[in-house]
Design a protein around this ligand. Structure first.
Ligand SMILES: NC(=O)c1ccc[n+]([C@@H]2O[C@H](COP(=O)([O-])OP(=O)(O)OC[C@H]3O[C@@H](n4cnc5c(N)ncnc54)[C@H](O)[C@@H]3O)[C@@H](O)[C@H]2O)c1
Length: 445
């Protein structure tokens, strides 16, 4: 099939690569000439495991092309995916200006029957809106269909998620369009749900809001665990064995970030309010999440007797492991709060430092976790990179001025950390519990 993907970010590029690898002719379009140049040279514009290899293979085999020329790319295609960004406005409403621009251009370029698929996360009603824009801009009576095919990939495992999606949702108003998209995805042999446009659009928001709800729920439980000497990791395990609940997205920590969850919950609130509905539950998901970084830093300040002039090593800046994406990362808030308290920050991340430097140019950026830990009064573990799980913690301990370890993702074993000599604070695991009494409290520095 001839496929055009418009917007070559995380979603668009991975979609284009996977369809191309399956044997389709794919053109990736982006408005940013630098991105297109980098793609044509075989260099992915962002860090994502497996992308570089797939990009180089498909360029070499000449199934994948990249361009800034939207018109010719539309004319060549049977199926056109819209994968541009839909960032939130101040009031939570998704900004659809990129989708609108692209729909207008598709309308003008239309030269025969095509299926236009919105893969960007867009509020309910957008499919019909895109159809109206294309109708208004097409030159001639060319037929087309609009389909909603929301994307569920996770950054960090985007290729895997695209090859093995748990479900493929196809919202279509015509059988002709639905069957064509089924045919396109058939080689993946994954479950498909065919439904109408608004249902598909809501499935995406409802799914993300539900996952965010699970995270905020367990975080709220972790607060109680901390107060009463319970261990939230065990509570979550005990809950997760129940198949009605499931173990995923029950890790207590600093909360969710990234370019999707916060934005999508806000958008669902916006859509619900527009229809006069109560949004208390959805609003609580965000409120609980926003409090996490603030409480984490307050706890650090309390345990260290204030943070003014203290050196804090921040490990992890990306919004989650295995990505260099820092959009809405919890690290931004943690570091902001630490700076407000007057702390000096030594930051390290395996992949996200170049992106983070654009937000905080003046921090001390280090070449490794060990360098960050040198003479630090405390470590704040913010992102759960595997690299941090494998650190030589005895060496880290020796490098530090004071042995405070604040584990914002519960990646370390409290007993082991305590044995090494750290004053360890996890999330929802109280140090006051008998097994976790810090042995060396106040013994150093
Ligand atoms: N990133 C994720 O993990 C993820 C997962 C599921 C769904 N989504 C959704 O997918 C959409 C895209 O997200 P993303 O993270 O890939 O965004 P992104 O910002 O990484 O990429 C968007 C791309 O679109 C390009 N673009 C903007 N206007 C354009 C135009 N007029 N013509 C051509 N290209 C244009 C930009 O230059 C950019 O490269 C969003 O709606 C997002 O909510 C993202």
């Amino acid at each position: 099939m001839n496929i055009t993907v418009i917007g070559t970010g995380y979603v668009g590029l991975v979609t284009g690569l996977v369809f191309s690898d399956l044997g389709n002719e794919v053109i990736c379009v982006d408005i940013d000439p630098e991105k297109v140049r980098s793609l044509l040279e075989g260099r992915p514009p962002f860090y994502e495991p497996g992308v570089e290899e797939l990009l180089q293979r498909n360029l070499q085999e000449e199934r994948l092309h990249a361009t800034t020329e939207l018109e010719s790319a539309v004319r060549h295609a049977d199926v056109i995916f819209i994968t541009v960004g839909t960032p939130p406005r101040e009031n939570g409403e998704p900004d659809l200006r990129y989708v609108e621009q692209v729909a207008q251009e598709i309308g003008r370029a239309l030269n025969g029957y095509k299926i236009i698929v919105t893969k960007s996360t867009v509020p309910v009603g957008t499919g019909n809106y895109v159809r109206r824009i294309i109708e208004d801009h097409r030159q001639g009576d060319h037929e087309f269909d609009v389909v909603s095919n929301p994307e569920f990939l996770r950054e960090g495992s985007a290729i895997y998620d695209t090859l093995y999606p748990e479900r493929i949702v196809i919202g279509a108003e015509s059988q002709r369009a639905a069957l064509k998209i089924v045919e396109l995805y058939a080689p993946l042999e994954r479950p498909m749900l065919i439904t109408n446009l608004p249902t598909a659009e809501i499935i995406k928001y409802a799914s993300n809001a539900f996952l965010a709800l699970k995270i905020s729920f367990v975080n709220s439980i972790s607060n109680l665990c901390e107060r009463v000497g319970a261990d939230v990791t065990q509570v979550a395990k005990g809950m997760g064995y129940d198949s009605r609940i499931g173990a995923q997205f029950l890790q207590a920590g600093l909360g969710f970030g990234g370019s999707c969850f916060p934005k999508d919950v806000k958008a669902l609130i916006y859509s619900s309010q527009k229809h006069g509905l109560d949004t208390t539950l959805l609003q609580s998901i965000l409120d609980i999440n926003e409090q996490r970084a603030f409480d984490f830093v307050e706890r650090m300040a309390e345990k260290l007797g204030g943070l003014k002039g203290k050196t804090v090593a921040v490990l992890g800046l990306s919004f989650k492991a295995n990505t260099d994406d820092v959009r809405d990362a919890r690290s931004i808030e943690v570091i902001g709060a630490l700076m407000q308290h007057g702390a000096d920050i030594r930051a390290y991340d395996p992949a996200a430092m170049p992106n983070f430097q654009r937000i905080y140019p003046d921090l001390t950026y280090c070449r490794s976790a060990y360098e960050a830990a040198e003479n630090a009064d405390a470590i704040a573990l913010v992102t759960e990179w595997n690299e941090f799980k494998q650190l030589n913690m005895e060496r880290i301990f020796k490098l530090m001025r004071k042995p405070f370890l604040f584990d914002g993702r519960n990646i370390y074993d409290p007993m082991r950390m305590q044995k090494i000599g750290f004053e360890y604070y996890g999330i929802g695991r109280t140090v006051e519990a008998p097994l976790l009494q810090p042995a060396l409290h106040g013994a150093r520095g």
